[in-house]
Ligand binder design. Structure first.
Ligand SMILES: COc1ccc2nc(C(=O)O)sc2c1
Length: 250
């Protein structure tokens, strides 16, 4: 997978060189390229923003530098980019809320390009223009507002890249996690390790009993109970063929 990130704060993306994502690059599973938007300005002050048409507070990112930056990225496709080209992801408070389903879909893409906005956002014509050239998805981490897209890029990249085959050592663990489609999107059951008793709190006896069937049932019940009590929105979109009200009445 190739990831391109265009930003005015390249150093913000330094964590992509660490840990799991850094290791994926060393293994050749991932090619991350961070581009400084200011390299596509031509004035002495390297200006990337200006006042909004129609007035109002704040500044809007100019379309010119974005057009040059994204054109330069698109002009250098990775091998295997395919006919569809990249998915252009634009983190934004007005975007679709990013979730595990989107992470799974994006993990199957050979090429993702992120456009990190700052200030009051990017001139709307940039998204409009590129919708005619590539698949564009405006995405938000949730119903709150950050100062820019970089934090969202770090979160989305981690959620997506860990699903790329070979990146996580034990791929089986991915199917048992919260929100995993293989886990019906439920929240994960509680986890325990040694010692069996800690500060008067004991590990549930079923987990130490060696009855794998009973452990599996206990874990499923705990996942259903947690999901029902904490995430009614997740319950609302469960597949009734796999989880019905009886299951949730645990
Ligand atoms: C100007 O660029 C921004 C500003 C706020 C913001 N908030 C996000 C979020 O996911 O909450 S993405 C994002 C991008």
């Amino acid at each position: 997978m190739r990831l391109d990130v265009v930003t005015i704060f390249p150093d913000y993306l330094a964590p992509l060189q660490l840990s799991l994502i850094g290791r994926a690059q060393a293994q050749g599973l991932l090619d991350v390229r961070v581009h400084d938007l200011r390299e596509h300005t031509h004035d002495r002050h390297r200006t990337v923003d200006d006042t909004p048409y129609g007035g109002g507070a704040g500044l809007v990112m100019k379309p010119g530098p974005w057009g040059e930056a994204l054109d330069a990225v698109l002009a250098d496709p990775p091998p295997g980019a395919g006919q569809d080209g990249p998915v252009l992801l634009v983190p934004s408070p007005v975007g679709e809320v990013f979730g595990q389903r989107a992470a799974v879909d994006l993990a199957a893409e050979p090429w993702l390009v992120f456009a990190c906005g700052r200030y009051e956002g990017i001139d709307a014509r940039v998204v409009e223009h590129y919708r005619g050239r590539v698949r564009v998805r405006e995405v938000s981490l949730g119903d709150y507002v950050l100062n820019g897209g970089e934090v969202a890029v770090l979160a989305i990249t981690e959620a997506v890249v860990r699903l790329v085959p070979g990146v996580v050592g034990n791929a089986a663990s991915l199917t048992e996690e919260s929100h995993a489609p293989e886990h019906d999107g439920l929240l994960e059951h509680p986890a325990y390790t040694k010692p069996a008793s800690w500060r008067g709190l004991d590990v549930p006896t079923v987990l130490a009993g060696g009855d794998h069937g009973a452990v599996g049932r206990w874990r499923r019940d705990e996942a259903l109970r947690r999901t029902a009590s904490r995430r009614p929105d997740v319950v609302a979109r469960l597949d009734p063929a796999r989880c019905d009200a009886r299951d949730l009445a645990v």
